[in-house]
Design a protein. Structure first.
Length: 155
């Protein structure tokens, strides 16, 4: 494993244990060259999931795209990093629990929106505005109305 700080290949595992989600292994590593420590996670490699984009092109599933979208939507919001990570893990688990080999990007988007709604409402509206490609203020206001009516029903 290459050290993320100095780039040397000589690192060793100090501690190894199951991660919180139970489907991966958390390894604490130390670089022999610079002495710094870092954590890695190992997941079982599965059959690649293919995402069918809106234009019907197909590409391999990439967790980093979901991470990027969720992190951007939560930018400057009071959402702890642990909650962000947990949300992204839940999104990924929901996707893989569908047990399909191909999934439409719209399905992934709906799962993300559903999970972000519970995380932070402003982040939800930010994500929805990009994902749903709001064309005008009225479309945006319709989404806000849905969110506000759902909140009043929960109370």
């Amino acid at each position: 494993m290459r050290c993320q700080f100095c780039g040397k290949d000589d690192t060793r595992v100090i501690d190894s244990r199951p991660a919180d989600d139970g489907s991966s292994i958390r390894r604490r590593r130390q670089c022999d060259a610079c002495g710094r420590r870092f954590t890695t996670y190992e997941k079982v490699e599965t059959i690649p999931l293919i995402v069918i984009k809106k234009d019907k092109n197909r590409e391999t599933y990439d967790r980093a795209k979901i991470e990027s979208g969720v992190i951007k939507s939560c930018h400057k919001r009071p959402v702890p990093f642990e909650k962000l990570t947990k949300c992204i893990d839940e999104i990924e688990n929901a996707i893989f629990n569908l047990e399909v080999k191909e999934i439409e990007s719209t399905t992934i988007g709906e799962i993300v929106m559903d999970k972000i709604k519970d995380l932070d409402q402003v982040a939800y509206v930010r994500f929805a505005s990009v994902y749903r490609e709001f064309k005008d203020v009225n479309t945006f206001m319709d989404e806000l109305s849905k969110l506000l009516s759902n909140n009043s029903e929960k109370k």
